[in-house]
Design a protein around this ligand. Structure first.
Ligand SMILES: [Fe+2]
Length: 356
């Protein structure tokens, strides 16, 4: 399978990964042949890219690092939790702890974690999907930093709840397509404090997790909010979640911006290491996030196009690519796999949105 922009979908193409709706129902099953009406519906619900199978790519499988069921349940718990807060009810902390523990079981059972970004995100599902992604990205970083299970669980709970204060921010400000006014920006900047007020009412939530909610927008150079803390004054958990939060926000489509590609977001984090972010933690983070995930269509400096089939943790910038050329109708007559790790003279020159 490979990932393609929805604008280049054609009727008859075969869907490679099942697409789920916001409440977990199957919208389209893997293996289905797309029709024009399905393509229009996918565009309408804000899905910008998805996975397609062809004869040449059917053996390329992209496994999510956490199972579909655990991802779905975690999203659901965040939805329920925010709804409870909105209605003034207390939150079910036990269910949140369980969801984090299940995600952690999946991650710890996966020795060589490399995140290949296989979650298909619909625009209106952003907050819940984002919370789970930030939790996964933070935990993967915590594992790379050698945290024990107890610390990982506290980190995960803080990460999954980090934006809970957004429930108190008007939705039209959160999703405003244009530039925010100073007043609107100040209102958004209230969400860490509002979230902290919510979680600190629950003694079963560790103060370390609660601090993530309060300080995930602090920046290493002191330019963040709400406290303006800098460097090591910011709790380590919050320095991790800040990186995960920005990475996932950059790589997601929002109503006000088009998403960045994984390698672009990684370059941004590296450039901002030791300015906005803790550079040592950025190094741990990027060890497990693929800049060119499996299934990405790329053009090489030789001019040939291909699909990333494997990413080696020791050389993530130089994946193995299955190259295609000589197209006749819908079929490519030639294909060969090249491992860029062994071919220093060949580079990835572009990421493409469709096979050309
Ligand atoms: Fe936030």
């Amino acid at each position: 399978m490979f990932r393609i922009n929805v604008n280049f979908l054609k009727p008859g193409m075969t869907l490679a990964k099942t697409i789920y709706g916001n409440d977990g129902q199957v919208l389209l099953s893997s293996g289905v042949n797309l029709r024009e009406s399905y393509i229009q519906k996918l565009k309408k619900i804000g899905i910008s890219s998805l996975y397609i199978d062809t004869r040449e790519t059917a053996d390329i499988v992209i496994e999510d690092v956490i199972c579909e069921q655990n991802r779905f349940e975690a999203k659901n718990i965040i939805r329920t939790t925010m709804n409870d807060v909105y209605k003034g009810r207390s939150i079910e902390t036990k269910e949140i702890f369980n969801a984090v523990s299940n995600i952690l079981d999946d991650l710890l059972g996966n020795k060589d974690i490399m995140l290949n970004l296989s979650d298909i995100k619909a625009a209106d599902d952003y907050t819940f999907g984002h919370s789970v992604n930030v939790c996964v990205l933070s935990l993967v970083t915590g594992i790379a930093m050698g945290y024990n299970r107890e610390r990982l669980e506290k980190l995960g709970v803080g990460a999954v709840l980090h934006d809970i204060g957004k429930i108190a921010i008007p939705i039209d400000i959160l999703n405003k397509p244009g530039k925010l006014t100073d007043t609107e920006y100040k209102i958004i900047q209230e969400h860490p404090r509002l979230g902290y007020e919510i979680v600190k009412k629950h003694p079963s939530i560790s103060s370390l997790s609660a601090m993530v909610v309060l300080t995930h927008h602090e920046r290493y150079d002191g330019t963040g909010y709400p406290l303006g803390k800098k460097g090591e004054e910011i709790y380590e958990f919050s320095r991790i979640v800040a990186i995960a939060d920005v990475y996932d926000a950059l790589t997601s489509d929002r109503v006000y911006k088009k998403k960045a590609l994984p390698h672009e977001a990684i370059e941004y984090l590296i450039a901002m290491g030791n300015n906005q972010f803790d550079g040592d933690i950025v190094k741990k983070f990027i060890q497990h996030v693929a800049p060119y995930p499996v299934g990405t269509i790329v053009r090489l400096s030789t001019g040939v196009q291909g699909i990333v089939v494997a990413v080696d943790k020791n050389c993530p910038n130089r994946p193995k690519v299955r190259c295609f050329w000589n197209k006749q109708g819908d079929t490519y007559l030639n294909e060969v796999e090249v491992n860029l790790a062994n071919l220093p003279s060949i580079k990835i020159s572009a990421v493409l949105e469709k096979l050309e």
